[in-house]
Design a binder for this molecule. Structure first.
Ligand SMILES: NC(=O)C1=CN([C@@H]2O[C@H](COP(=O)(O)OP(=O)(O)OC[C@H]3O[C@@H](n4cnc5c(N)ncnc54)[C@H](O)[C@@H]3O)[C@@H](O)[C@H]2O)C=CC1
Ligand SMILES: C[N+](C)(C)CC(=O)CC(=O)[O-]
Length: 484
């Protein structure tokens, strides 16, 4: 078991605690502010309802969370210490010195700093080589990006270890090879932020209109292709060179006020804070966080389906999570229910019971050798009939397992009975499904090859010893069988 210490449990420290904890690390947090523990609990609650929803497999069991009264207690025995105190260099120096005094020599010390260089952070350190920047993005438990910025003093094996650890947490570490104030991403954000301040200060638009300009347009593009790839496409068939030829001259036109910074006067703060209150003040921060998280889970799951951008990181991480264990009846699905699967009744929508059953069938097909390589070679199963019984509600975040029993595997048939179990093993649904083996070239049914037939027969023979499931072969509206 690995152990992380989080020093500073605010917005970012809380997000780090959740990222480590939900990936099975023990986590110790220290933050002396009154109410910090309650704030951390609220962040964790939001993380628990969103992060597991990204995956079609269960994350490892949560690690143990300890809330510590002192920094020394928190960092003792830590493998990774993540400093997440406010963005003040003298405070960070004091905290880093205390971390160095109590953490194991081998511990890696990451700083969440948005803008200080690792060289600046390492000033006065006893073991500067152990300190590097690990700059995450809010919400840390959902957004994969983390900028890893070493200094010249950082040995390359430590950078490699940092990158490996962050990857194992489902993150996308970006190695920033040249240290620079504000790294890479915050330089971009800073430019947009400055321009936005001017637009509001000059009365060109409100905070809501500015947000609309992002979220209805280029914000959607950026999530999947970034800046250069989308601009390459914007150049048409002639690509980037054409794009630059067309829009290059605009760089000399007054399209930006980036060379100036607006005075941060109380009037400007009041103008922006007032507009922001009018725009979003009817929702609490926790509600806004949940709204943001649900949207992010939806976007990330869509990207994952495409194998694109951050979606590819989630798929790669999921591949490292253990597949459900074969048991007397094989567990074919073990996962959490995403928020996006729930509906106006506040529970999992009926369509997703079918999705769970379909995932179980897909997994069982893999188990008998009908995997992607076999399907690419021209054979597969098609579903011809399903019967679903809805027996209990499932809620967002519930962990579910599906077991699969073979009822018949003779010839072309793959006749399965899935049991969908919710929390505490409650039987939440059953799905009986009949599939036929197909020749994908002729699109007609055909017997499976011997190796798949033999694997299926082995399961069918083993499962024949299990009682016939209650509910198998039922038709719609049939009363449950009376107990014997
Ligand atoms: N908020 C954001 O969007 C992002 C912030 N960051 C960086 O993360 C760091 C933390 O920022 P936030 O979490 O936003 O700030 P925050 O103000 O939400 O949290 C900082 C926490 O540190 C605690 N703290 C202060 N002194 C401490 C000490 N001596 N020991 C332990 N805890 C102490 C405070 O009580 C507070 O809870 C900063 O360096 C910031 O630049 C990085 C990425 C995004
Ligand atoms: C505003 N900020 C500079 C603290 C932003 C970040 O550092 C990253 C983020 O999450 O946007």
């Amino acid at each position: 078991m690995s152990r992380a210490a989080i020093v500073g449990g605010g917005v970012i420290g809380g997000g780090w605690a959740a990222r480590f904890l939900l990936n099975g690390w023990d986590v110790a947090v220290c933050d002396p502010a009154p109410g910090a523990e309650d704030r951390l609990k609220a962040v964790l609650a939001n993380a628990r309802r969103s992060l597991p929803s990204l995956y079609d497999r269960a994350l490892p069991p949560e690690g143990r969370l300890t809330y510590c009264g002192t920094l020394a207690e928190a960092v003792t025995g830590a493998d990774w210490v993540q400093e997440s105190v406010p963005e003040q260099l003298d405070l960070k120096h004091r905290v880093l010195a205390e971390i160095e005094a109590h953490a194991p020599n081998a511990a890696l010390i990451g700083s969440s700093t948005s803008g200080f260089t690792p060289t600046a952070l390492q000033e006065g350190a006893r073991r500067p080589a152990r300190i590097l920047v690990a700059h995450p993005f809010n919400p840390v438990y959902l957004l994969p990006l983390v900028e890893v910025v070493p200094s010249a003093a950082t040995p390359s094996d430590l950078v490699a270890r940092a990158m490996e650890t962050l990857t194992s947490l489902g993150m996308k570490p970006l190695h920033v090879r040249h240290e620079i104030d504000a790294h890479i991403a915050d330089r971009l954000l800073e430019s947009v932020w400055r321009e936005a301040l001017w637009l509001i200060r000059d009365g060109i638009c409100t905070t809501r209109e500015l947000d609309d300009a992002i979220r209805y347009g280029f914000g959607l593009r950026w999530a999947q292709m970034g800046l250069f790839e989308t601009y390459r496409i914007a150049g048409g068939e002639d690509g980037m060179a054409h794009f630059m030829g067309q829009f290059g001259p605009a760089l000399a036109w007054p399209w930006s006020r980036l060379t100036d910074v607006p005075d941060f006067t109380p009037d400007l703060v009041e103008l922006i804070a007032g507009q922001s209150d009018a725009q979003s003040g009817h929702r609490t921060i926790r509600e806004l966080e949940r709204l943001r998280d649900d949207n992010l889970v939806g976007i990330l799951r869509a990207l994952r389906k495409q194998g694109a951008a951050a979606g590819a990181v989630i798929a790669a991480h999921e591949a490292t999570l253990p597949a459900p264990e074969p048991a007397p009846l094989p567990v074919t699905v073990a996962r959490a229910i995403p928020q996006s699967w729930t509906d106006y009744n506040g529970h999992m929508n009926e369509a997703h019971y079918l999705e769970l059953g379909a995932q179980a069938t897909d997994r069982f097909m893999e188990m008998i050798g009908c995997d992607a390589a076999y399907i690419a070679s021209g054979g597969s199963y098609f579903t011809v009939e399903n019967h679903l019984r809805y027996l209990a509600e499932l809620m967002a975040g519930d962990r579910v397992t599906v077991t699969t029993q073979v009822l018949d595997g003779a010839g072309k048939k793959l006749h399965l009975f899935h049991r969908i179990h919710g929390p505490e093993g409650t039987l939440a649904a059953t799905m009986e499904t009949l599939c036929l083996h197909m020749d994908l070239a002729t699109r007609r049914s055909a017997p499976p090859p011997d190796r798949i037939g033999a694997a299926l027969t082995a399961f069918a023979e083993a499962h024949a010893a299990c009682p016939k499931p209650e509910g198998a072969g039922r038709h719609v509206g049939q009363r449950p069988r009376a107990a014997p």
